[in-house]
Design a protein around this ligand. Structure first.
Ligand SMILES: *Cc1c(COP(=O)(O)O)cnc(C)c1O
Length: 375
């Protein structure tokens, strides 16, 4: 069966009424069997597992063709769990253009735990080779990256990681499993902020890790979930399962809209550059074509001809694109990343990041048309 069918038809939570959509099971505790010892349904206490979370983890595991999924209450809780599985003295290679808070986790939470990291341009494999130390244990990828949309050649990085006995992780939040399947390329763990495309409506915070195999690291991270307790609530799991039933349909529109908007903006005289992996002008378009299928997802960044003030004015003039952080929802969003990341960030001052929503493409193009007239 194809993914879209499976996402609609797999649910292990059934109600005795015959309800077609699954119920939410809010109970935190579950009854023992008549023998006084066993738990006949497999549930004990809802931090360990509960029916809605079980259903969610099954669906997420399926989406990434993975052996198992562990869900969390946010994308960063999932990332933190991976860092917790490392040992004091270990070194991590992070992309130079990763989701900004990945550096913050290591700088603030792990500062006393002896983890070190390097920020490396993963589109430059020589730079990657040179950055690997004897202590390097993990190579972390994010592709396309945030906010420069750099595309990493996953298979090439996995080959280098194998030479050095490192495990690999791909933050697949932007590409989503509809466009990229990192585990099939030999990656060990996939990370998602389910807050974004998987949730899809800007109303759920969540995270998940999918594993190629259930090895020792998987067992350790399962314990981080169980004893650390940063788990999603039954309601969040139910809502996310609901969102997944429309996942492939939503992604098709996000991606088609993004490509058309990118093509329109690329030929506009007031735009210096459009960063979108689906454009032939993208520096890693060949890699993107090789490892992405179905399309190129819904995120793009634009460099506007002008300075910070011009760019902020443009963002303010847009009517359909809310000037707000985050991405992956039905509504289009635009954000000036440099203001968020701070002056030390290498992100260009004239860059706007665009999350292309599900509005009609003609309206999105018309909105940019009118807003660009004012700058
Ligand atoms: C949003 C995001 C995260 C963080 O996830 P939260 O759910 O906000 O904790 C991690 N990686 C990427 C690429 C993201 O876009």
């Amino acid at each position: 069966m194809e993914l879209s069918t499976q996402l609609i038809h797999t649910s292990n939570v059934k109600h005795e009424s015959g309800a077609v959509t699954p119920p939410i099971v809010l109970s935190t505790t579950f009854e023992r069997g008549e023998d006084g010892l066993s738990f006949p349904e497999g549930y004990i206490y809802s931090r360990y597992d509960n029916p809605n979370r079980h259903s969610l983890e099954q669906k997420l595991a399926l989406m990434e063709n993975s052996a198992a999924c562990i869900s969390f209450s946010s994308g960063l809780a999932a990332a933190t769990a991976v860092f917790q599985s490392l040992k004091s003295g270990d070194h991590i290679v992070l992309p130079d253009d990763a989701y900004f808070s990945m550096y913050s986790i290591l700088d603030h939470l792990f500062v006393n735990f002896g983890l070190t990291y390097s920020r490396v341009d993963l589109t430059n494999l020589e730079q990657l080779q040179a950055s690997i130390q004897p202590a390097t244990k993990l190579i972390w990828m994010e592709t396309p990256s945030n906010p420069l949309l750099k595309v990493t050649d996953i298979e090439a990085v996995v080959a280098i990681a194998k030479q050095h006995n490192c495990f690999t992780l791909v933050d697949n939040t932007w590409a989503t499993p509809y466009y990229t399947q990192p585990l099939e390329m030999g990656v060990d763990i996939v990370l998602h902020s389910t807050t974004k495309y998987l949730g899809g409506h800007s109303d759920i915070l969540g995270g998940a890790l999918m594993f190629r195999e259930t090895n020792e690291r998987y067992e350790f991270i399962k314990n981080v979930q169980k004893y650390g307790g940063a788990v999603p609530s039954p309601y969040d799991c139910w809502l996310l399962c609901r969102s997944l039933t429309t996942f492939t349909a939503r992604m098709t529109v996000h991606s088609n809209n993004a490509l058309q908007l990118a093509q329109y903006l690329e030929q506009h005289p007031k735009i210096e550059k459009v960063l979108y992996p689906g454009l032939a002008s993208h520096p890693q378009h060949t890699v993107a074509k090789k490892q992405m299928k179905n399309g190129y997802s819904g995120m793009l960044s634009i460099l506007v001809k002008g300075n910070r003030a011009d760019v902020l004015k443009l963002a303010g003039q847009l009517q359909l694109f809310a000037h707000a952080t985050s991405l992956g929802g039905v509504e289009s969003l635009v954000e000036h990343r440099k203001s968020v990341e701070g002056d030390a960030s290498p992100t260009p001052d004239n860059l706007l990041r665009v999350s292309v929503g599900l509005e009609h493409i003609n309206d999105l193009v018309a909105d940019f048309e009118q807003a660009l007239q004012s700058v």
